[in-house]
Design a protein. Structure first.
Ligand SMILES: [Zn+2]
Length: 397
């Protein structure tokens, strides 16, 4: 009988069923609600602070110096840091529930509360510094060009993102995990062999101790130009060697297909769109509510609050666009990986394992809107179609 990719896919889907499948679906579908509530909480927290007049008072305090008004950048910084810490604190119960309690409920986390809280504090510190700096730059652009500032803001954001990606493997990632060279052995040899065969200038593969945080299997390509690094995590390394090879071939695909620079370019376009929206919507919002909130104009640093409200509403609406940009790259890397590793069954096995925390068989719209990676079903079907076209070749049985 001829090999039927659809039937083979259905057989793979049947290997993950029952209570485990129901739990994975519930976990992932809960994520849809969390995405929406995240945006609503940001909007609610800011609205409360604005209506209470706290942000007007914070801004007035931040602008007052011992010898008269402070310079705009000092005013902005003295507003932004306490504001970001205050809003983070207000959303803290929700953050603890979504990223600590819920992860434990579903058995996905390996961390106790102290370890989680320590890492969360580091992340908040990094985010606050990065956001404050970006805000100071954008606010300077607003004061200088009250109409065309969105162009300068886009340039600054893109430069910031590029810098972040560039230094992330050297400065950010080591704050959370230990990266060590993958020891000599068949896995390392197989990955480096695929790298040489596909023109990837890698002489090292890194192992990251992700099991200190979670049970998830994963690998990644990080960095840019000289800082590029291919890493797999220790949860993945516990899987059969052919499955590891199938995943690493996918990661090499990200590198060969230049996905990081392309992604930065796409993010720059999204940033331009978002800032253009802000440049139109902020003056409109201030004209209606500025007096009630105590914000006189765009040069008041307190506009950070209405700006973040508008941004979280806009990014929520753009979620399917963002997910589709990422998912498209992932599909490309899957195809590259199948061609490079020639292990469709191992790739299918990993795709089903990832179904433990990503709903395995969504509807087509559900996948288009909420998935930043292809679903397990899509991935297995891709692998089985590849296999159907290569059956009979010496290494494909
Ligand atoms: Zn990927």
């Amino acid at each position: 009988m001829a090999f039927d990719p659809e039937l083979a896919t259905r057989a793979w889907m049947a290997t993950f069923s029952g209570a485990a499948r129901a739990q994975s679906d519930a976990y992932f579908e809960g994520g849809y609600v969390i995405t929406v509530v995240d945006a609503l909480i940001t909007i609610a927290v800011n609205l409360v602070l604005l209506r209470l007049g706290w942000l007007a008072r914070l801004s007035a305090w931040a602008g007052r110096g011992p010898k008269g008004p402070r310079r705009p950048w000092a005013h902005g910084l003295r507003f932004a840091v306490p504001y970001l810490l205050l809003t983070t604190a207000m959303a803290l119960p929700w953050t603890i529930w979504t990223s600590f309690v819920r992860e434990h409920d579903y058995g996905l986390s390996n961390q106790d509360f102290g370890a989680w809280a320590g890492e969360a504090a580091i992340a908040v510190a990094i985010n606050s510094i990065a956001l404050s700096l970006l805000f100071l730059g954008v606010h300077a652009a607003i004061r200088r060009a009250p109409r065309g500032w969105w162009l300068g803001a886009t340039a600054l954001t893109t430069a910031g993102l590029t810098f972040f990606v560039l230094v992330s493997p050297i400065v950010i990632q080591p704050l959370f995990n230990r990266y060590t060279p993958l020891p000599e052995g068949p896995v390392r040899a197989a990955v480096l062999s695929m790298a040489r065969a596909n023109g990837v200038p890698a002489d090292n593969v890194w192992l990251v101790d992700a099991s200190r945080q979670s049970k998830r299997i994963s690998a990644n390509v990080a960095g840019l130009a000289g800082t590029t690094r291919i890493a797999l995590n220790d949860n993945l390394l516990k899987q059969p060697a052919d499955e590891v090879r199938a995943v690493m071939a996918h990661e090499l695909g990200h590198y060969v297909l230049n996905h990081v620079p392309k992604f930065l370019l796409q993010l720059a376009l999204l940033a331009a769109l978002l800032f253009l929206f802000l440049a139109r919507a902020l003056p409109w919002l201030l004209a209606r509510f500025g007096a009630r909130w105590g914000i006189a104009g765009l040069d008041d640093p307190a506009i950070l609050a209405p700006a973040l409200m508008l941004l979280s509403a806009a990014t929520l609406v753009l979620t399917p666009v963002f997910n589709t940009i990422v998912r498209t790259q992932e599909i490309e890397a899957d195809r590259f990986g199948l061609n490079a590793a020639r292990a469709p069954e191992s790739f299918a096995a990993i795709a089903v394992k990832l179904g433990q925390y990503r709903k395995l068989e969504p509807g087509p719209w559900e996948e288009a809107i909420f998935y930043d990676h292809p679903s397990g079903h899509s991935r297995v079907l891709t692998a089985m179609r590849w296999k159907a076209e290569h059956l009979g070749e010496p290494d494909i049985r």
